[in-house]
Design a binder for this molecule. Structure first.
Ligand code: ZN
Length: 433
């Protein structure tokens, strides 16, 4: 595949991946189309050499793996992990607010969003909804994506807010409530379940059957190629769908005759990963152990095998911003389009060990893949990834890599078009060499 093919593939995931559930569903479809078989944690696994498998965990987390044709005891595990969630706004329960002639809904901030980038945009909503069921312990689950933009959070006019260009602090409760309609005269001042009714119509169910939901607002923009030679991709949700798509493509297209290639797509990275479907759960190590159990090898063999595993934590990095070059480290400056970043931090906010970094550099050198090293300015911090959390649960050599990005956590971010191909090639080589 060529540079633009990888970029187009990424943008089609962005278009469909409007919630972590929809990201996982898109990944599931790509894997199923590539012949991966679905497994379930509560069923027996009968794995075979040369087999390709995946399983979905709580809807928004997914893991997939391939077993080498000649897989044998002592072969290593190579794991690449990315996250399915992105910062934004989530709809609270009982969200309806009728106010001064407008219909609004109550939302909360999810993750570290740049809040003002959510203003004045056409927004839609997506996620999952749980419905009343015959078996109360197994509610019916439905995914919903309205697709059509129907909400917006209008700015306050500059005439009323004269200091707006000096910077505005947005209150997370008061200033981010979207409008989605006008109050009808007969309902003025009365409680009404207009959003629940709208949701029920979308799902073609009775409002009374909707019990709960996990719904987020999303930016309905599609991605665009920018720059005089289409050097840039400007799009919502690049963090971290660039990595999700790179890992999926690499798992499908890469491969080796020995060993196990494992991919993990975790939810909840943006809120710290310490949840049942986050990278800080035992899910991934349980999957790895069951792979060996299925081949008749017990816990001791699992621990032996896992000691030799390697983890590639794949997430975006900070590119140098030309208007704020002084915000970057003076000797490690990452530029869009010049290759993937290998991220290091002695604080371990990026999982950093020189052995794993050296493996990655040799992979890139062997395949002629451009890479840049990233470090934070010493007087600044810049977030973390799931790598360091995951590596405390799977204590294996770990390296953090990803494409450099500008405007990280804006509702629309910017990356280098060529970097997507570099990332796909790097993860593919990790799984193949
Ligand atoms: Zn991320």
């Amino acid at each position: 595949m060529k540079r633009m093919d990888h970029a187009e593939k990424l943008l089609s995931l962005v278009e469909e991946g409007t919630s972590p559930f929809h990201v996982a569903a898109n990944v599931e479809r790509q894997l199923a189309e590539a012949g991966f078989q679905k497994l379930s944690m509560n069923r027996d696994w009968n794995l075979e050499n040369g087999g390709k498998y995946y399983l979905v965990h709580n809807g928004s987390t997914l893991t997939a793996f391939t077993i080498g044709r000649y897989f044998a005891y002592g072969d290593d595990f190579r794991i690449a992990a990315a996250h399915t969630d992105f910062p934004g706004l989530r709809i609270k329960p009982s969200p309806e607010m009728n106010k001064d002639g407008y219909r609004q809904i109550n939302v909360e901030v999810y993750g570290g969003a740049i809040l003002n980038t959510w203003l004045d945009r056409p927004l839609s909503a997506a996620g999952r909804v749980t419905l009343r069921s015959e078996d109360i312990f197994h509610p019916e689950i439905r995914y919903v994506d309205f697709r059509k933009p129907f909400l917006t959070i209008p700015n306050l006019a500059i005439h009323i807010n004269k200091d707006v260009n000096k910077g505005v602090e947005l209150n997370r409760q008061k200033d981010l409530l979207p409008v989605l309609g006008l109050e009808e005269t007969e309902e003025e001042g009365k409680e009404s379940e207009f959003f629940l009714e709208y949701l029920a119509r979308q799902l073609r169910v009775e409002k009374e059957d909707i019990l709960d939901y996990e719904l987020g607002l999303y930016n309905t923009d599609t991605g665009d190629f920018l720059g005089m030679s289409e050097e840039f991709i400007s799009s919502p949700r690049l963090d971290n769908l660039t990595s999700v798509q790179a890992v999926v493509t690499a798992l499908i297209e890469g491969g080796r005759d020995r060993g196990v290639n494992l991919a993990a797509f975790f939810d909840h990275e943006e809120i710290g990963s310490r949840t049942k479907q986050g990278a800080g759960s035992v899910f991934l190590s349980a999957v790895a152990e069951r792979i060996l159990l299925s081949f008749g090898r017990g816990r001791e063999k699992f621990l032996e095998t896992f000691a030799d595993a390697m983890l590639l934590s794949v997430d975006v990095g900070h590119a140098l911003h030309p208007n704020y070059a002084d915000k970057n480290d003076p000797t490690n400056k990452n530029v869009l389009g010049r290759g993937i970043c290998i991220k290091e931090a002695s604080s371990q906010s990026y999982a950093t060990d020189s052995e794993a970094v050296a493996v990655m550099q040799q992979i890139c050198d062997a395949e002629k893949i451009p890479y840049q090293k990233f470090a934070n300015r010493s007087d600044g911090t810049s977030g973390s990834t799931l790598g360091s959390i995951a590596s405390s649960f799977y204590p294996v050599k770990t390296v953090d890599v990803g494409v450099p990005l500008l405007a990280m956590h804006s509702s629309r971010e910017l990356m280098g078009t060529a970097d997507q191909e570099s990332l796909v090639r790097a993860v593919t080589a990790f799984y193949s060499l």
